[in-house]
Design a protein around this ligand. Structure first.
Ligand code: PEP
Ligand code: MG
Length: 764
């Protein structure tokens, strides 16, 4: 008999038992007989989770008196290990396994071989199904598969019959029902409370046994077709222009996806599982369980990565087959949502309703990744690198759990006790008070104690952000990231749409200046409609064909933006800034595009700006070496410390593994920045900082101390930084900074903290 036919036979017999009117215990008793007979196995036993212990519920072959007597803790003995790791064991000699434990009452001493599979419900083991043999041999693959299929059916039976209690049936262990605190890295400070929502909801399999095998097969065929189409589309976008296969992580992943999507073995195994009588969903899941088991046996990091890709793809297939498409953004969100994701792109985050989003928890993430910048601008606290070892956050936080997020403290509490919730509420109230105090500074000009006026501007990117200008009392917009409009748009924004946006922004700013930065796409800000072009530079996107480099070559893009900006600012002042200028000629080339468009507008007698101020961003270290050549061309310079530091340290700003490695207060950065300020003295060019660094109080102190007088920061930081400015005596600070920077033994962070503390300046 073929493997599928024998599996099918088991399934048919199980089906009869399940459909019978027997009570649950009798059904389990029948199941162990059926499996034992079918696998000609002397022993077949079912252990189920009860009161957090695995209890022997039914057996054929062991002493019946052991039923409901033998109990093992999770992690104890072979069954405990299977449940704990949610993995299959297949052993020729059970005793040889280090976790083997002998239970006298069972009479199992005569059995040598052992195989067991977890009974899984919602990704957790709620029981174990195992077989034992006198003869020492490993079970065959088809036998293991039969066990896995049976375990899926049992999971349905067990939960329907409420054989394990509700919490346990949901697979909840102590760590998933009691309060849990996880820690992570502060990405955007702030407090948030709400319900856990996963960005990519898991597909729940509700039916395991098929009614109509042929119909299930068709469903899987169609899903495979659709999935392949999707993967091909993604790959084609990347390959457009015939420049495929240039490596790069993104392409590698796509290649792997493609390989799996077309893998005959994978689709064949799913088909066989359907042949054995499973539904399409159950078949996909069963094959996946099996692959997981095989992969676990191979200890190879590269394969583990591939496994992750395959999991992604299997999940995609499951979503297609079950019609549960899309991310949580497409569903109706709870009023207060704490979003959980492995990682997110900035565009994905922007799809969420900002009013409902009270916090984000990422398993990855880094301080200057654009998704984090977007969240910061949205005023949404973000905790990154939140992990929980085996199984990730999912192992201890469920959809819908109550969550308290204290991103500043780097902690998140799931299912808090009343005391913890009360304490949190009190802190929340206090923080609102503090925010209100900052809001009171709105109309207060930020002068230092010695009377120097500091320009505190804000960063923005969308029309909605402009309301923050009046709310915070910032001096203007020091960085308007025009590419955000490109990120939230499904297609390339047309010139008219851009003009409207820029005009609205200028209207909203009233007479305050807005520095528009021309598009900076590429790097971690990829847009689907330009993906084909950008794929060429994908190997190292942050240093690739991005920002001005891309804009100058895609002349149409830059021209359209120049026209839009010039028209929008008709009759007013226009501030334009170019990103990622690496050599002075790039500034000239960019400005030439504007000059050309300006000439065109004038020739058409259209209203043009009454004054245009051109500036550059200093993000590429090389530019600092040629400031003397560049500065005469500029009216202002803005240091983008996010990119600058990634290039100075050769440390990808979006790589979570490097998120905490280097310090903005390291001597290399601060000395470098000081040289830039000193190099511009006497040039008449206004020099400021517009990276995230300037919005952090301690880092802002350092920047003021080395001579910066203009900071453009995230809106939420405007109040706190104004307050800081008012407490600082610049002479005192500058003298201290100068002394510290001249002394290699000084730890700048510690010195600044002590300095602030001595003067009663709070730093958070
Ligand atoms: C920077 O690089 O510091 C910057 C402000 O630009 P962005 O973060 O948008 O790259
Ligand atoms: Mg930048």
């Amino acid at each position: 008999m073929s493997a599928a036919a024998s599996a099918r036979q088991i399934l048919t017999r199980l089906h009869e038992v399940m459909a019978s009117r027997l009570h649950a215990q009798a059904k389990l008793d029948r199941v162990v007989e059926i499996i034992g007979e079918s696998l000609t196995s002397e022993v077949c036993s079912i252990y189920l989770l009860r009161e957090k212990m695995l209890e022997l519920f039914a057996t054929r072959g062991l002493n019946k008196t052991a039923v409901h007597v033998t109990r093992m803790a999770i992690g104890e003995g072979l069954t405990g290990v299977i449940a704990d790791n949610v993995e299959t064991l297949n052993l020729a000699e059970a005793r040889a396994h280090p976790d083997f434990q002998y239970r006298k009452e069972t009479g199992e001493e005569k059995f040598h071989s052992f195989a067991g599979v977890p009974i899984v419900y919602r990704e957790r083991a709620v029981g174990v199904l195992c077989v034992q043999h006198v003869e020492p041999r490993r079970y065959e693959e088809i036998e293991i598969e039969a066990l896995q299929t049976t375990a899926m059916v049992l999971s349905e039976l067990i939960t329907n019959a409420e054989l394990v209690d509700e919490e346990e049936a949901r697979g909840l262990t102590d760590e998933q029902t009691g309060p849990q605190t996880l820690s992570g890295l502060t990405l955007v400070k702030g407090l948030g409370a709400g319900q856990a929502v996963y960005h990519q909801p898991r597909v729940q399999i509700t039916q395991v046994m098929a009614e109509d095998t042929e119909a299930e097969r068709q469903r899987v065929y169609r899903a495979f077709d659709k999935m392949r189409e999707q993967i091909d589309d993604l790959a084609n976008q990347a390959e457009f222009g015939g420049k495929a296969g240039k490596g790069g992580e993104h392409e590698e992943v796509l290649e792997t996806y493609k390989m799996f999507a077309y893998d005959e073995g994978w689709s064949r195994r799913i088909n066989e599982a359907i042949d054995s009588g499973l539904t399409a969903e159950a078949a996909i899941e069963r094959v996946q369980q099996h692959t997981r088991m095989r992969m676990r046996e191979i200890d190879d990091a590269l394969l583990a990565d591939r496994m992750h890709d395959l999991e992604d793809l299997a999940n995609r297939l499951l979503r297609i087959v079950s019609g549960q498409l899309g991310t949580a953004a497409a569903q109706s969100l709870p009023k207060d949502t704490i979003l959980i994701a492995r990682n997110l792109g900035p565009a994905e985050l922007l799809e969420y309703d900002k009013r409902r989003l009270k916090g984000v928890i990422l398993e990855e993430g880094s301080l200057t990744a654009h998704v984090v910048i977007v969240a910061r601008a949205m005023g949404v606290p973000v905790l990154g690198r939140a992990n929980h070892g085996k199984g990730g956050i999912r192992a201890c936080v469920r959809d819908g759990d109550e969550i308290l997020l204290d991103a500043g403290a780097g902690t998140v509490t799931a299912r808090p006790t009343t005391q913890v919730a009360d304490a949190f509420a009190a802190r929340f109230a206090k923080s609102r008070e503090r925010q209100a105090a900052y809001a009171n500074l709105r109309d207060v000009e930020p002068f230092t104690r010695d009377g120097t006026r500091i320009q505190v501007m804000m960063n923005a990117g969308l029309r909605d952000d402009m309301s923050a200008l009046a709310m915070t009392g910032a001096d203007g917009v020091g960085l308007f990231r025009t590419e955000f409009q490109f990120l939230v748009s499904a297609t390339l924004p047309q010139r008219e749409r851009q003009t409207r946006l820029y005009r609205d922004v200028l209207d909203a700013a009233k007479d305050k200046p807005v520095i528009f930065r021309t598009v900076d796409i590429g790097g971690d800000k990829s847009v689907p409609y330009l993906a084909s072009d950008m794929a060429e530079a994908d190997e190292n996107p942050a240093m690739g064909w991005r920002a001005l480099r891309l804009a100058l070559e895609r002349g149409g893009l830059m021209k359209a933006q120049a026209r839009a900006l010039l028209e929008a600012a008709g009759g007013r002042s226009l501030y334009v800034m170019f990103p990622m200028v690496s050599e002075p000629w790039e500034f000239d080339a960019a400005k030439a595009v504007f000059d050309e468009q300006l000439a065109f507008l004038r020739s058409k007698k259209k209203l043009s700006p009454e004054a245009i101020h051109y500036g550059a961003m200093l993000e590429v270290p090389a530019l600092a070496e040629v400031l003397d050549m560049l500065l005469p061309k500029l009216s202002f310079l803005s240091v983008g410390t996010n990119d600058l530091t990634q290039f100075l340290f050769a440390a990808d700003r979006a790589n979570p593994k490097l998120a905490q490695r280097y310090d903005w207060l390291s001597p290399s950065i601060i000395r470098f920045l000081r040289r830039v300020v000193q190099g511009s003295v006497g040039s008449g060019v206004d020099v400021g900082v517009c990276g995230e660094m300037g919005g952090r109080r301690l880092e802002a102190l350092a920047l003021l101390g080395i001579g910066f007088r203009r900071l453009s920061i995230t809106p939420a930081a405007v109040g706190p930084i104004k307050e800081l400015v008012r407490r600082v005596d610049l002479n005192d600070l500058t003298a201290s900074m100068t002394a510290w920077l001249g002394d290699p033994s000084v730890d700048l962070r510690a010195a600044l903290m002590a300095w602030a503390e001595e003067r009663g300046i709070e730093l958070d």
